[in-house]
Design a protein around this ligand. Structure first.
Ligand SMILES: NC(=O)c1ccc[n+]([C@@H]2O[C@H](COP(=O)([O-])OP(=O)(O)OC[C@H]3O[C@@H](n4cnc5c(N)ncnc54)[C@H](O)[C@@H]3O)[C@@H](O)[C@H]2O)c1
Length: 390
């Protein structure tokens, strides 16, 4: 068993650290946030991820995992820190470089360093250049779905990209401790590109659905009905239009691809523009509905960036609610997962929010909303870009 230090105890790093500890590796979790470290050592993740707190209680209780604000010496280092978009739409890799600077003095040259953070092509090579010679370096990107992280960490196939074959093979051996899916070894640049391609693929396909919805609106065709009919073609599978694309992966990662070759990323950049424009189109629909009432009261159903999660990072639904409040409208919001309420809004249960509204905007199709009695919507002006009501 190898001593492992996981840097960054967030949505990716913490479940990974816990599963490695459960598999028998002695694991140190390093994070720069002292409150988070204290919480983890008390057995709590601080975010909603089914099964994670129970797993943490077990591995913290047994001593297999401990969290600290200092990087620890280890045979294997896993880096799972944020890689957000900078203002110039290039990757902000400062947290990765901070970890590299923190661990470089601890390394003797025999260790394995694994970069899990999503990064532009070539970053793993640049990381290796900041570490002592001899250290094996690999990129093993993560593709978990929040809310199903523990299950997907175990059962998803993983791409394991080594800077050389030996690094890929060492990394694959480590993940074999808890991964039941295939561990497919390749080079680091390919692994970097594959991760970005996955999210750009999602973005482009969602953009197609959203663009189709905009065209349907112009020509007076019901978009979801048209898409359902088109999907009867055996080789067509158009996704569902919505309120826009949020979260911190799909709206971000395509830019990492585009930054490598802007002139060859026409489709990827266009998809970003299409998806970024959707909240404005939804807003225009809500404002048009409001114009039918002398003093419109608006209910927004859903604030999260996608169904059945608490995450509001880059959430188009949150942006729509905030824009309506900025218009000076009285806005009631309802989201069973999200405790954060936009400033000036009032939070209510969904049925109550709908009952008190003239205009109902369904912004996120949370599963619980599907159980709402359709009679609640009678007599309301309903804007439903996510197709909750069919
Ligand atoms: N969340 C997902 O579903 C998901 C899926 C695939 C890939 N990713 C990628 O994984 C990476 C991590 O994402 P996340 O969702 O876990 O982020 P997160 O924000 O949930 O957690 C990151 C953690 O890193 C810590 N941190 C920041 N700088 C640090 C440093 N210098 N040293 C130690 N800790 C530091 C933060 O305090 C935070 O706790 C990103 O590159 C992201 O794009 C995320």
């Amino acid at each position: 068993m190898s001593r492992v230090c996981v840097h960054g105890l967030g949505h990716v790093g913490l479940p990974t650290a816990a599963l490695l500890a459960l598999a028998g590796h002695p694991v140190t979790g390093h994070d720069i946030a002292p409150a988070l470290v204290a919480r983890v050592n008390a057995g709590a993740s601080g975010f909603a991820e089914p099964g994670l707190d129970a797993l943490l209680a077990r591995v913290i209780g047994s001593g297999a995992l401990r969290a600290t604000t200092c990087p620890a010496t280890a045979e294997v280092h896993i880096i799972a820190v944020p890689t957000p978009l900078a203002a110039d739409r290039r990757a902000d890799l400062s947290a990765v470089w901070q970890v590299a600077a923190a661990i470089a003095p601890l390394l003797r040259g025999e260790e394995l360093v694994i970069l899990e953070s999503t990064v532009p092509v070539g970053t793993t090579e640049a990381l290796a250049a900041r570490l002592p010679p001899g250290v094996a370096v690999a990129h093993v990107p993560e593709r978990v779905l929040p809310g199903r992280a523990l299950q997907e960490l175990v059962h998803n196939d993983r791409v394991v990209g080594g800077l050389d074959q030996a690094a890929a093979s060492r990394a694959a051996t480590l993940y074999r401790a808890f991964v039941r899916g295939a561990l497919v070894e390749t080079d680091a640049r390919t692994a970097e590109l594959v991760k970005l391609a996955e999210n750009a693929y999602r973005d482009v396909n969602i953009a197609f659905a959203n663009e189709l919805a905009a065209i349907c609106e112009r020509v007076g065709v019901e978009a979801r009905h048209a898409i359902a009919l088109a999907n009867r073609h055996p080789r067509v599978n158009i996704l569902s239009p919505g309120t826009g694309v949020g979260g911190h992966c799909i709206p971000v990662d395509p830019w990492f691809l585009a930054q490598a070759a802007p002139e060859d990323s026409v489709l990827i950049r266009a998809a970003r523009s299409v998806n970024d424009a959707v909240p404005q189109r939804v807003l225009a629909q809500i404002r048009a509905a409001c114009a039918r009432f002398p003093a419109p009261r608006v209910a927004c159903l859903g604030l999260a960036y996608k169904p059945d999660v608490e995450d509001v990072r880059e959430s188009p639904a949150m942006a729509v609610a905030q824009a309506l409040l900025a218009d000076g409208l009285p806005v009631v919001v309802s989201d069973p997962f999200v405790s954060e309420v936009p400033q000036g809004a009032v939070r209510r249960e969904a049925a109550e929010a709908i009952a008190g509204a003239d205009v109902v905007a369904v912004l996120v199709p949370h599963t619980v909303f599907r159980a709402l009695d359709s009679r609640l919507f009678a007599g309301k002006a309903v804007v439903d870009p996510v197709g909750l009501l069919g």
